[in-house]
Design a protein around this ligand. Sequence first.
Ligand code: 5AD
Ligand code: SF4
Length: 469
Amino acid sequence: MHKPNMREARNRHKQEVLYLDCDNSIKTDKFVGKKYFLKTYGCQMNVHDSEQIRAYLESFGLIETEVLEEANVIVLNTCAIRENAHDKVFGYLGRCKHLKKAKKDVIVALGGCMSQEENVVKLVEEKYPYVDIVFGTHNIHDLPRLLIENTGKQNIEVYSVEGNVYENTPYKRDSKITAWVNIMYGCDKFCTYCIVPYTRGKQRSRRSSEIIKEVKSLVEEGYQEVTLLGQNVNAYGKDLPDEMSFAKLLEQVSLTNIPRIRFVTSHPWDFTDEMIDVIAKYSNIMPYIHLPIQSGSNRILKLMGRRYTKEKYQELFNKIKSKIPNATITTDIIVGFPDETEEDFNETLDIVNYCKFDGAYTFIYSPREGTPAATMPDNTSLEEKENRLQRLNKLVNNYSLKSNQKYYHQTVKVLVTGVSEKDSSKVVGYSEEMKLVNIEAPLNTIGKIIDVYITDCKSFSLDGKIKEQ
Ligand code: 5AD
Ligand code: SF4
């Protein structure tokens, strides 16, 4: 049994690149014809990890079900970023308990970021004995072995420190059109509110040669878009002495001729001029940047450990807009950080008014055990924080709508990814600027990049019709 220790997570582990066995090595017929239920919480990193988990489960002959009660193997891939993410998972575990009572042949496995938290693992050990397997973010590749070895006795295998970079990991991708590609794991920034450096470990970049190899094979398979994934993509390569910068990597990915490239997430501190130039130069790098600001108050930014001031952010913002005029910029904002005053909050509203973001994800600060901010004094009531969030949302939604209205009666290029969820007679996709568009167009446009004439603009999506050639 290996359990997580959050204090150890601050230590850097000597890192190696390990190549997993391509043919998925471990074989068993124990699960053939049985069903699995996989629930994913959280960010794109988790969504992509679930593609790996799905590959392992299906290599055992397990078939996916959307109905929890039908499953013989249940895997919860969890998120730890805020308390409400925890609550949802514990709610699901309650349902698993009833299921285990009613039916013998069920294995419950808990993975993802919550498994990397010491306090969660302790709780699972004490109060959730029916959870059979706990695995972490650094040893997803152990899941097949843990499933085979399962005897019904709780088994916790979570690494405290991050370990190695694994190559040749199998993926069962959700889409045949757009693909996630990890370029790095973990984060070295240690923003004071954030649990990610503890649950995902220190930054480890993949070798650029491996990344390019993966993108080239996606191009051969016909993929139209890759999204390069990392907690802080701009810092790519900084942990490897002889590796290229993120700007150079973007350039190399662009030269594979994949039709579209996106990347998330960017930290303003590591965003270089070289990067802006590369994005501006290559037409297959999409003009969309997610650039979290978190707060507009320099006092709060300092307490958050963000390493920039609002003036520096504004400078970067203006530089991007001047060199890439059609770029859309979205952001993340936290309200109610410990001891945020009305004055601090008003500075956040000011920066939103200044940048007029094309979109913003807004959150109430949630204390995470083990992070420095969790012990900072905080005298603002939850009621006040909720009130601030409402005021902020009103403002950001107003700018999202305005941003969308710019496309009224314009033509945008959309990569069509599927049938619209809202209206099955329409197809759906994203424009280059990352605008969600519902389109009147035939089904055979799925997988293609088409010109779309915009006929209506809402706060969070656009409507349009295919433009006849
Ligand atoms: N509380 C609230 N929001 C948080 N985020 C990260 N940690 C916390 C926290 N403890 C937000 C940040 C980050 C986004 C992914 O989640 O805005 O950019
Ligand atoms: Fe968390 Fe992002 Fe800060 Fe890293 S850069 S600690 S992932 S908020």
